[in-house]
Design a protein around this ligand. Structure first.
Ligand SMILES: [Zn+2]
Length: 62
């Protein structure tokens, strides 16, 4: 089971305890929705979610 960062919403593996992105220990396994951002440039979702790095992101993190 994966976890998502509460700050930037990136999805990481379950054995990861620190977000590789923001370096915070604020990860939650309770997230809904999943989106793959392959290209940040020109992506409406990336813009709306403030995503600057391609990757796998959760839409909502509790
Ligand atoms: Zn993060």
């Amino acid at each position: 089971m994966a976890k998502a960062c509460r700050v930037c919403h990136i999805i990481v593996e379950d054995n990861v305890n620190i977000c590789p992105h923001c370096r915070v220990q604020d990860l939650s396994s309770e997230y809904t929705g999943e989106v793959f951002i392959l290209k940040v440039e020109g992506s409406e979702i990336a813009k709306r979610m403030n995503i600057t790095t391609p990757g796998r992101y959760a839409l909502r993190v509790r």
